[in-house]
Ligand binder design. Structure first.
Ligand code: DC
Length: 233
């Protein structure tokens, strides 16, 4: 799809809802940047674990986030992230970092730092950005906002197949994902919540391709009628 207008597309939702898979394919189709903001929280958590910073020490975690140098390669075919010169693209997918990332992400001042970086990355448009608060906090004026969801069983099963968070048995993965989601949704600072104007897509019974096609339809509508409210409901 070719267009001179460069949209900001926000995709939010819980772990295993399909955000990364869908976001990468969408960005490829549109020739957009792809920004996985969860990877930034994971990188901060990785660094805290490396340095032995307590995961409940808000001021120390904030200082760490302000000092660390994050480098992102926002290529949807080959997304990479480095912290202070070390490539952590794979290391941040461990079960330990997954849990730690959800803990550090409750710290409001740490979030402020990462949100500012995310806003700088996306401000030019032509970007698919995924996370928990993109449509609510990072880009409340995003052109398209999607909230992806799926049943806890489907999400746990996907995580089990996808990454190291699922290295245990499937039931343990479902439990870990549920635990992380409830922490992400109940925290005070920018809890995971759908923006009032987000389009909800339940991916439990949809293929990845079907989800991508639905979002591409919204992109088409938006490009044809920038003022129109895109909705599949
Ligand atoms: O998307 P993910 O599972 O890789 O995210 C890891 C953690 O980071 C997640 O448990 C919550 C946090 N996160 C967040 O608070 N805000 C975001 N925009 C993205 C992720």
């Amino acid at each position: 799809m070719k267009s001179s207008r460069q949209l900001i597309i926000a995709i939010d939702g819980p772990a295993g809802s399909g955000k990364s898979t869908v976001g990468k394919l969408l960005a490829q189709q549109l020739n957009y940047l792809y920004v996985d903001t969860g990877a930034m929280y994971r990188a901060a958590a990785w660094k805290a674990l490396q340095l032995g910073v307590a995961l409940d020490d808000g001021p120390a975690l904030t200082r760490l986030a302000q000092r660390m140098q994050l480098q992102l390669k926002c290529d949807p075919r080959n997304f990479q992230i480095a912290v202070d010169g070390t490539d952590v693209t794979s290391a941040i997918r461990s079960a330990e970092v997954s849990d730690a990332s959800s803990k550090v992400s409750v710290v409001a001042d740490l979030r402020k730092e990462l949100v500012a970086q995310q806003q700088r990355l996306g401000k030019g448009g032509g970007v698919v950005m995924e996370g928990r608060d993109i449509g609510t906090v990072v880009f409340p004026d995003a052109d398209i906002k999607i909230f992806l969801d799926a049943s806890p069983e489907a999400r746990g099963a996907r995580r089990h197949e996808q990454d190291a968070e699922g290295s245990g048995n499937p039931q343990e993965t479902i439990q870990a994902v549920r635990h992380r989601d409830s922490r992400d949704a109940s925290r005070r600072a920018s809890p995971m919540v759908a923006a009032a104007d987000a389009v909800h897509l339940d991916t439990t019974h949809l293929t990845v391709d079907e989800v991508v096609q639905r979002i591409l339809e919204l992109v088409k509508q938006k490009l044809a009628d920038p003022k129109g409210v895109a909705s599949t409901r």
